[in-house]
Each structure stands twice: as structure tokens, then as C-alpha cells.
Design a protein around this ligand. Sequence first.
Ligand code: NDP
Ligand code: DGY
Length: 329
Amino acid sequence: TVMSARQMMKVFVTRRVPQEGMKLLQKAAMCDVSVWDSDEPVPRAELLKKVEGAHGLLCLLSDRIDAEVLDAAGPNLKVISTMSVGFDHLAIDEIKKRGIRVGYTPDVLTDATAELTVALLLATARRLPEAIQEVKSGGWSSWKPLWLCGYGLSGSTVGVIGLGRIGLAIAQRLKPFGVKRLLYSGRQTKPQAGEVGGEHVPLDMLLCESDFVVVSCSLTPDTQELCNKAFFSKMKNTAIFINTSRGAVVNQEDLLEALTSGQIAAAGLDVTTPEPLPTDHPLLRLNNCVVLPHIGSATISTRGVMAQLSAHNLLSGLTGDAMPSELKL
Ligand code: NDP
Ligand code: DGY
């Protein structure tokens, strides 16, 4: 049946996303879909223009959705679906005030992000980027007893800050490497920590005792710049810091200082402030810092499923049905 123009729902998609998601939107008869059909972010001015009158918005973590965007969209806007599990880019109070529903993508990216975190931890601890560079540059002259030695997981203590879905999946993957103790910090004791023998401890204790500190909490006012000078000063000089949550959880000046002074051994970051990190940033000149371009969830199949789930969330929001993954506001 042909819908009348009156019943058509206007949808704006802020980026080129995997076909798995686009197909679902395009075959939904009620939707008039417009897409910022590029791999690069929609400029702010374009976003404000394109969102006008929209009933649904499918966005990414790189789009800041605040009062200005919501006002530009106007009273039609019923649903915001973000193709991410993190929602720190959404002004939740403003969204709630306007009665708009929010969809997100928990669970479907947990395995991919946990795998990447393990890869980053091992790459940082065993100095893989540095080693690869030495092979290419001719620095490899012989097998040398004291050369390119790093740190191993066997017998170590790992501290996870934020034992949520991803934090637990990281712990499950690290345990089989022979981790002796698994500590975690956070607002509450997690029953699921039993699976990995996790001990809920105060943050200070986690920092003092861990050989690896892994940050996998969400970015909130409480966790913003949680990893600052005082934080790093409690870590062992031999400890490795890994962050795959959000860049703003770290005070990067303080991290830089901790890495150059020898306060901590090394850091592996999948997230930074800003993103992208400028190519002349001092962190990129350090051998003991491994920086990745926010690729935690970047497997082909995971991104496909994320796009699919965000399309389903959006469509359910438009029809007023239960969403597969609605964020409780
Ligand atoms: P969850 O909500 O399951 O986990 C977040 C955890 O953060 C919760 O368990 C919560 O524990 C903890 N937390 C909140 N406040 C604090 C605090 N003050 N101190 C310590 N812990 C805290 O989310 P996910 O595991 O699914 O995702 C976590 C985050 O990972 C996302 O918000 C996103 O920012 C990031 N992410 C990054 C990716 C990447 O590509 N690098 C990919 C996917 C996600 P408690 O209740 O005990 O406080
Ligand atoms: C998220 O979903 O929050 C990640 O940062 C990207 O997948």
C-alpha cells in the first residue's frame, strides 16, 4: 500500500553505514530516508539543516547531539538511534525533557571490543609496534638478551576499571593467560565477577597492586579525567595502562608526564582526546605509547550487526513499538 505523504516519517542518517542497516531503512515503506552519504562526518551546519523536521535520527558517536540539534530538529523528533554502545555524545537530559526515545547497540560489539583490548594490551606489553619498526629500519642486528623485553600476563595482577559487559569479556579473555589475580573497581559489586574470580576493591588498591590497569568504564561526570596525576602516581613503575573506553576518562597531559618520567611503563590507547589525535601530538613520539584510531568494534560482521540493530531500534521508535535495545532514560 502507498502511504500518504502525511504519514511519511522523515529519517536522517548522519553517515554512510553498513548495507545491513541501510537496507532495512530503505525497505521500510513509512520512511523517507536521507543520508549524509560519506565516510567523513557531516559538518555541524549540515547536520543542523538536515535534521530539520526529522522524526528519526540515526547517528554515530562523532555527532554531538545537544539542545541545538534537538531544537533544529523540532517537535517531530521521536527517536534517536546511535550506532554505538557509548552515549556520552548525547545530551540525555535534553533528550528526556523532550520525550524522545533513544536506541543504542550494547552486547553486539562486546566480543569485538574485548578482543581488540587484549590485542592492544599484548601489543603494548610486548612492544610489538616498536619491534616491527626495528625489523623494517635495520635495527635488528642479532638476537640480543636485553633487547625489546617487555612484560607478560602470566602470574600477573590485572585491574579492570568498570567491570561492565566489555570489562567482563576482557577479564574472561585475559584469565587463561595465567593471570593470578583479577581486581576490579566500580560503584557496585558485580555478581558476574565470580566467573573470573574478580575481587571488588577500592580504586586506590587496584592501582597499587595491578601490573595491568584496563579502563573499560563508561564516560560520565564521575569518570571524566579519572585517570589523572594522582591516579598514575599510585600505579607501579612497571605497570601498563590500557584504555578502550573514552579518551576523556584520561587527563592526557598527566598520562604524558607519567610515561616520560617513568612513573608507569607503557600505555595502549584506542581512544584519545581529541579524535583524531593530531599527528604531531607528543604521545605519538613515545616508544612506550601505542595509539590506535578507535577501532574497538571494527570487525566487518560486528559493524554490520551494529548497523542492523540501530536500524531496528530506529524503526521501532518510529512505530512506537518496543526497541530491541532501548536506553532507559
Ligand atoms: P556497561 O554499561 O556494561 O559498562 C560500563 C561500566 O562502567 C559499568 O559496569 C559501570 O560499573 C562502570 N562505571 C561507571 N561509572 C564508574 C566509575 N565511576 N568507576 C568505575 N566504573 C564505573 O558498558 P559496556 O561495557 O558495554 O561499554 C563500556 C564503554 O566502552 C562504553 O560506554 C564506551 O564508552 C566504550 N566502548 C568503546 C569501544 C571502542 O571502540 N574502543 C567499543 C565499545 C564501547 P558500575 O555500575 O559498578 O559503576
Ligand atoms: C561504542 O560503540 O561506544 C564504541 O566506541 C564504538 O563502537
